[in-house]
Design a binder for this molecule. Structure first.
Ligand code: HSE
Length: 393
């Protein structure tokens, strides 16, 4: 069954154009009928009749059987995707924020309307992790899924550590190269990585966890003393999302900067590349590596989903049915480096143990064991200039 697909595509930005570049080189059984765009005044590289600003020109066109959603407004994206799925169209989306925030509802809509929503391009760009978690690791016991899920922050950290670039210069480059979100605080604040982690948690463990309930601390408060601290110990700093089964009943999820040593496989993941490290009971360790951002890498994942729809592919969400007693927990101790400004913060955070303290007029830090739940409860007082926290493996 190789169904002919007629596509309506929302968005003609970095990913939309990347996807179009790839599609035009291929002889696939599909046709693009319309692009829906927000800014008609922009000069486009394709004939004007292909573009419209009217969403219903796609959503109410019965010839269009497949909607591709590549816009960055998560609320508008949810309205488009849910309407398309309800009206019998299959959908491919790369909108991690929208999917992470509405996954349970979107799964329900798919079941009720017999339609399919695929989103490989939403998680780690070109790395095929969702379909692997869904199919290949269907019967595996996954101990953990960790890695580097955000290309922009990894690009910034690479430029700082390898080329001594200033944070702001590196961020500007990531924006100019089309890696960053329109609001880059989503990247550097660890939100984008958290949305991807929530989606991964669903396909790895069968858990729906609202992103609001997951700890995310980013790299936006990183300062020179933290970089020096890492360098002196031969570490690099990476932004690492973690999903880990801590018992037969509980899974922890969090995003934190991490001090990684040269023998850690993530140490060598540089620039906009992403890496996903899967630790499984039987397969043992497996590592997926590839470009995590950019028009062509993300476009290639979107095209893979479009191609899968020609054969009627659907995620089955089997792990949700089998998840049974597995629940999300934040009750887990980790070791962290914490640079801080006010002494009261250390008392407030309730460290279980402190193994090292440094105290000077303009630079203070502690290294100690702390519960993730304590960090989460105090995220507002940690997430600010003057405080930087990073996990130590
Ligand atoms: N802003 C995202 C990143 C794009 O930098 O990883 C890909 O999801």
């Amino acid at each position: 069954m190789n169904n002919k697909l007629t596509l309506g595509i929302f968005g003609f930005g970095v990913v939309g154009q990347g996807l179009h570049d790839i599609i035009k080189t291929k002889n696939l059984n599909l046709a693009i009928k319309r692009f829906v765009i927000k800014h008609p005044e922009k000069k486009r590289s394709l004939p004007a009749e292909l573009f419209t600003t009217d969403a219903n020109a796609v959503l109410e066109d019965s010839e269009i059987n497949t909607v591709v959603e590549l816009i960055d407004d998560a609320d508008a994206a949810f309205a488009i995707v849910s309407k398309a799925l309800r009206s019998g169209k299959n959908v491919v989306s790369a909108n991690k924020k929208m999917i992470a925030n509405h996954l349970e509802e979107l799964v329900d809509i798919q079941h009720r309307h017999g339609t399919s929503l695929l989103y490989e391009g939403a998680v780690c760009g070109s790395i095929p992790i969702i379909r692997n978690l869904e199919e290949y690791y269907d019967n595996e016991l996954l101990h953990s899924v960790t890695g580097i899920f955000n290309g922009s922050s990894n690009y910034i950290l690479s430029k700082i550590f390898n080329e001594n670039l200033a944070y702001a210069t590196a961020l500007k480059q990531a924006q100019d190269l089309g890696f960053a979100e329109t609001d880059p605080s989503l990247d550097v604040g660890g939100f984008d990585a958290k949305f991807k982690l929530a989606i991964v948690a669903s396909h790895a463990y069968g858990l729906y966890v609202s992103p609001d309930a997951i700890l995310n601390i980013g790299i936006d408060a990183l300062e020179t003393p933290d970089i020096q601290f890492a360098r002196e110990k031969n570490f690099k700093i990476k932004l690492v999302p973690t999903a880990r089964e801590i018992s037969d009943e509980a899974v922890i999820l969090y995003v934190l900067p991490k001090l990684v040593a040269p023998d850690n496989i993530l140490y060598a993941v540089e620039n906009e590349n992403n890496g996903v490290l899967v630790k499984a009971a039987f397969a043992d360790e497996q590592f997926f590596y590839g470009k995590g951002a950019g028009g062509h890498p993300t476009g290639s994942a979107v095209l893979s989903d479009i191609a899968a729809l020609r054969y009627g592919y659907k995620y089955e969400y089997k792990k949700h049915i089998e998840a049974g007693a597995l629940t999300y927990s934040t009750d887990w101790e980790i070791t962290v480096y914490l640079r801080y400004d006010e002494e009261t913060l250390i008392e407030k955070l309730g460290f279980a143990a402190i193994s090292e303290r440094y105290y000077a007029h303009d630079y203070k830090y502690v290294i100690g064991r702390i519960n993730i739940g304590n960090i989460l409860a105090n995220r507002d007082v940690i997430n600010r200039k003057g405080v930087f926290i990073a996990e130590i493996a």
